[in-house]
Design a protein around this ligand. Structure first.
Ligand code: ZN
Length: 366
């Protein structure tokens, strides 16, 4: 900061009453300016305030000299003060202009250095995500069924009881509703539910589409289970439906065999066990030879050589009645797979919660 105390006084008060004293006083000011100018570094901010201190119109050094030294000067000194002031002004302006360019260049250079990338620093590693095990299994299933002409349809997770139960041949008070106990949407006058299976889309598709139908329906479904190692209140399902004029139990068995070989390996064999579902007749549980031991018996298949895959069967003719299909002319089969179960079985995952805890140490393995 340039000291302004002398330029705030009049020359008379400083005792400068001769041309020599005046010249000496100006020389002193000029020296001070040169010293201050030399002290300025490449700091652009400080340089700008230094320029204002000297040339600022309101209270710069030059303005003070004009006001305090030149204007009140005695007639005999006025000429010499004027000359000295002009020389000082010219000097200040030329030095400022010259230094300005250098300082701006230096400031720019230092900013450039600051922004420069140091290639020797360690980089930031971005983890590459993987597809979730459930997604991978879905992709697998869709590929397998897509290859034999099944198309994919998706539907709402909130369903009416009609589509979730009645149209699938599960009337009210039917015992099958017990193990499909679900969540009811509060405040819904029509008693909407979170769907317990993706089967409602079979009905919705057949309502809209004339046969033949070949669809698979992937999606989330809900049951009011208490979460434990093998149950969650939500799981993933894929439902399949094929309806045409000439579909037989043979087609059903052939499709099941094809799926088991594609999903678990070419040596896989299947067997059907009688079962019951309201919307299929006859119904079956599909088992496959264990993919780990090949049927000899191991820990995974609990020494039986077989693992349970999914439930399936021929479409119950009663279902066709709900969608105005000709039950005399048409036949078909349907299946419903638990995707989480299939994934856990295939990849040896012991507990359901592992799938959804989003622990990267777990997810990274697949
Ligand atoms: Zn086994």
């Amino acid at each position: 900061m340039t000291d302004k105390s002398i330029v705030e006084q009049k020359l008379r008060d400083l005792g400068d009453s001769t041309p020599e004293r005046v010249a000496a006083r100006f020389a002193e000011v000029r020296t001070r300016f040169d010293e201050d100018a030399n002290r300025q570094s490449a700091n652009l901010e400080a340089w700008r305030s230094f320029v204002v201190q000297w040339t600022g119109r309101k209270s710069g050094m030059l303005t003070h000299i004009t006001d305090n030294w030149l204007k009140p000067a005695s007639p005999e000194l006025k000429r010499v003060v004027g000359q000295e002031l002009n020389q000082l002004k010219a000097h200040v302006e030329s030095v400022l202009a010259e230094r300005q360019t250098a300082i701006e260049a230096a400031a720019e250079q230092s900013a450039r250095t600051r922004d420069q990338i140091d290639f020797s620093l360690p980089g930031i590693e971005h983890a590459i995500g993987t597809r979730h095990l459930i997604r991978q299994t879905y992709d697998d299933l869709l590929r397998i069924f897509g290859a034999i002409g099944f198309s994919v349809v998706e539907g709402p997770e909130i369903e009416t009881p009609y589509y979730n139960f009645e149209a699938l041949n599960i009337p009210e008070h039917h015992p099958a509703r017990d193990n499909m106990d679900t969540f009811y949407i509060e405040g819904s006058r029509t008693g909407h539910v979170l769907r317990t299976h993706t089967s409602p889309m079979q009905i919705r598709t057949m309502e809209k589409q004339a046969p033949p139908v070949r669809i698979v329906v992937p999606g989330k479904v809900y049951r009011r289970d208490n979460p434990d190692a093998t149950h969650g209140y939500m799981f993933h399902q894929i439902e399949g439906l094929a309806v045409d004029t000439d579909i037989t139990f043979c087609d059903f068995k052939g499709t099941v065999d094809y799926f088991a070989r594609e999903f678990l390996g070419p040596k896989t064999k299947t067997r059907l066990r009688p079962s019951y579902f309201p919307f299929t007749e006859p119904s079956a549980e599909v088992d496959a030879t264990c993919h780990v031991c090949g049927g000899k018996g191991c820990r995974v298949c609990k020494q039986s050589g077989w693992i349970e895959l999914f439930g399936a069967g021929m479409v119950n003719p009663a279902v066709y009645g709900f969608v105005k299909y000709d039950a005399e002319r048409l036949s078909g089969f349907a299946f419903g797979m638990g995707v989480d179960r299939l994934a856990m079985m295939k990849y040896g995952v012991a507990e359901v919660p592992l799938l959804f805890q989003n622990d990267v140490r777990f997810l990274r393995q697949f």
